[in-house]
Design a protein around this ligand. Structure first.
Ligand code: BDR
Ligand code: CA
Length: 314
């Protein structure tokens, strides 16, 4: 049976790689996309999510969510990573997929209540909508199957600051709410995604054998490769958002450590995720009375890419 998933997203080039994979893979039944600001402003990320539903050819609802973080002022949009339009200049002018009348948190709550024990949430943007849904209806924590988050950095540096990964940095208070809730979270952060390199050769294969969607992803990825080369100094891209989905469909490709996770909300380390592996002692209280988080500590990067290309070129 395909996994029923709900993707909360800020598309975003790697979000596009993730969502077109989810819509194509036989392992997933995508119940909807909820949108959040992050890689661009909310109107743009919502437009891009609807464009992806058009491209994916498998209709699913799109519900618009937060324009701003819960508490802090919104950070600057990362145009140098994803382009002004979030898709490296490739966002289609027109979209067909309808926009739901519901807000993202309402849609999340209703979908979880309608499918008790069956839905896995896959947040691949800032965690604002997920935290808002929890605040509105705390019982959803006991009704989901799981939560597979792209975000955080446990034992490695961040990517937007030395301390923080982008999705957590964008809304640390929301992330702290999500990591504290009594549900099973998988944290698929930079510890794992920095071990999954997407190369220009991989993308050339997508363009050749992946049909119209492969060509779209290859064109959008130009911006992403440019950022990785010019700013990060790498000749490949980190494959962030698709990895949160592949951790569900191909769990053996990732190593995990049961931990509790807390988020630094203020100061120069804001957005840092601190993970305490379950068996470790802490003299300070507040670490052991928290929900269990499976922190992905590593990945079989080659295996992840082989699997991704297999699905996208089938
Ligand atoms: C995360 O930040 C965004 O730029 C990407 O879409 C991904 O979700 C990686 O840190
Ligand atoms: Ca994203």
């Amino acid at each position: 049976m395909p996994e029923k998933i709900l993707i909360d997203t800020d598309p975003g080039i790697d979000d596009a790689f993730a969502i077109l994979y989810a819509l194509k893979s036989p392992d997933f039944d995508v119940l909807g996309l909820t949108t959040v600001y992050g890689n661009a402003r909310i109107e743009q990320t919502t437009h891009n999510a609807r464009a992806l539903v058009d491209m994916g050819g498998k209709p699913c609802p799109v519900a618009q969510g937060a324009a701003d973080p819960l508490v802090i002022e919104r950070r600057a949009f990362p145009a140098m990573v994803h382009g002004e339009d979030g898709f490296g200049g490739c966002s289609p002018a027109q979209v067909q997929a309808p926009l739901s009348a519901q807000s993202a948190p309402d849609f999340i709550i209703e979908t979880i209540r309608a499918n008790p024990g069956d839905v896995t949430l896959v947040p691949i943007g800032p965690l604002t909508n997920i935290a808002a849904a929890l605040q509105q209806a705390p019982e959803i924590a006991g009704l989901v199957k799981g939560v597979s988050i792209m975000g955080g950095a446990a034992n490695v540096n961040g990517n937007v600051t030395p301390a923080a990964e982008a999705n957590i940095y964008d809304d640390p208070e929301a992330a702290e709410i999500v990591f504290a809730a009594p549900w099973t979270v998988t944290m698929l952060g930079l510890d794992a995604t920095h071990q999954v390199p997407l190369t220009r050769d991989n993308v050339a294969r997508l363009a050749e054998e992946g049909g119209a969607n492969g060509r779209f992803l290859a064109a959008a990825a130009e911006q992403y490769f440019g950022f990785h080369t010019d700013v990060v100094g790498l000749d490949f891209c980190h494959f962030h958002d698709p990895s949160a989905l592949i951790a569900i469909s191909q769990p053996a490709l990732f190593t995990r450590q049961q931990s509790s996770v807390r988020v630094v909300c203020e100061g120069f380390a804001a957005g840092k995720t601190i993970a305490k592996p379950l068996p470790r002692f802490s003299a300070q209280p507040g670490w052991d009375q928290r929900a269990m988080v499976e922190v992905c500590t590593g990945a079989n990067g080659a295996g992840v890419i082989v699997h991704y290309l297999e699905v996208m070129t089938a």
